[in-house]
Design a binder for this molecule. Structure first.
Ligand code: PEP
Ligand code: MN
Length: 271
């Protein structure tokens, strides 16, 4: 085998890997949308957002309970209390939940609540965390490091698969660039490149790529027109008061309107 990654490579496994969670399938040509706030803040907040994103057609709910913030003075998440609120969301709406594990220390706890465990950009090369995720029974969303090469990213997926967990979903969330008009640059080219190199599903996160609300919807349409296997979008019921990533969070009504077009675009491209 010529590639540095093995289990992850299409050479090793020619057929697409399909990962089912609840009603969603990642990798079968469908386009499940994961939506929710950046961070879990309160019961009222998550239940309100979950009801609206479900109504709009989202298949999974997202929300961070342990938040990797650039500043130690920013809101760090509700921790276990946040996980309990995610359970409430799941019990009330039936939506599976996605939440981030930042370290090995809290992994066991998060694993009890999450339907999919997210490993964030800042932790893409946290090798002990990757090994732990590889021992999990839960699927993993592995976000691309903010300036990672494709090869580096796929090798981190290899760490997870090498430990036995075959359910890895890659997530492109924008790469750091020398520009100031957006937070990051969504690398749409990486979707086809991943498909060529790997059998794993790849989803796109236009929210963290844009960093500003007005860019998220047009980018989400571009995501729908790509070969991606899903989209993750941040939605907040009161973005101006959000404790994290308010400026990039869509209003529920905006999300609902966007979902109709996302579905229409996907139908044109995939038929
Ligand atoms: C997030 O999904 O809220 C997040 C922190 O994303 P990223 O790791 O891509 O910055
Ligand atoms: Mn966020």
């Amino acid at each position: 085998m010529k590639k540095p990654y093995k289990l992850v490579s299409r050479e090793f496994k020619p057929d697409n890997t399909c990962i089912s969670v609840g009603d969603a399938v990642f990798g079968d040509g469908s386009l499940p949308v994961i939506a929710g706030p950046c961070a879990v803040e309160s019961e009222n907040q998550v239940l309100s957002i979950a009801a609206s994103v479900k109504d709009a057609g989202a298949k999974l709910f997202r929300g961070g309970a342990f938040k990797p913030r650039s500043s130690p003075y920013s809101f760090q998440g509700l921790g276990e209390q946040g996980l309990k609120l995610l359970k409430k969301v799941k019990d009330e709406t039936g939506l599976p939940v996605v939440t981030e594990a930042m370290d090995v220390e809290n992994f066991d706890l998060i694993e009890q609540y999450a339907d999919i465990i997210q490993i964030g950009s800042r932790n893409m090369q946290n090798f002990s965390l990757l090994r732990r995720a590889g021992k999990s029974e839960k699927p993993v969303i592995l976000k691309r490091g903010m300036s990672a090469f494709l090869e580096e990213w796929l090798l981190t997926a290899e760490y997870i698969m090498k430990e036995g967990n075959e359910r890895v979903i890659l997530c492109e969330r924008g790469v750091r660039n020398f520009i100031r008009h957006s937070r990051n640059t969504l690398d749409l080219t990486v979707v086809s490149a991943v498909k060529q190199e790997s059998h794993l599903p790849i989803i796109l996160d236009p929210s963290h790529a844009a960093g500003v609300r007005y860019q998220v919807v047009p980018l989400a349409f571009a995501c729908a027109a790509s070969e991606a296997d899903g989209i993750m979008i941040e939605v907040h019921n009161d973005p101006d008061q959000a404790l994290s990533d308010g400026p990039q969070s869509l209003f529920p009504e905006q999300f609902k309107a966007a979902m109709k077009k996302i579905e229409a675009i996907h139908a044109i491209v995939r038929n």
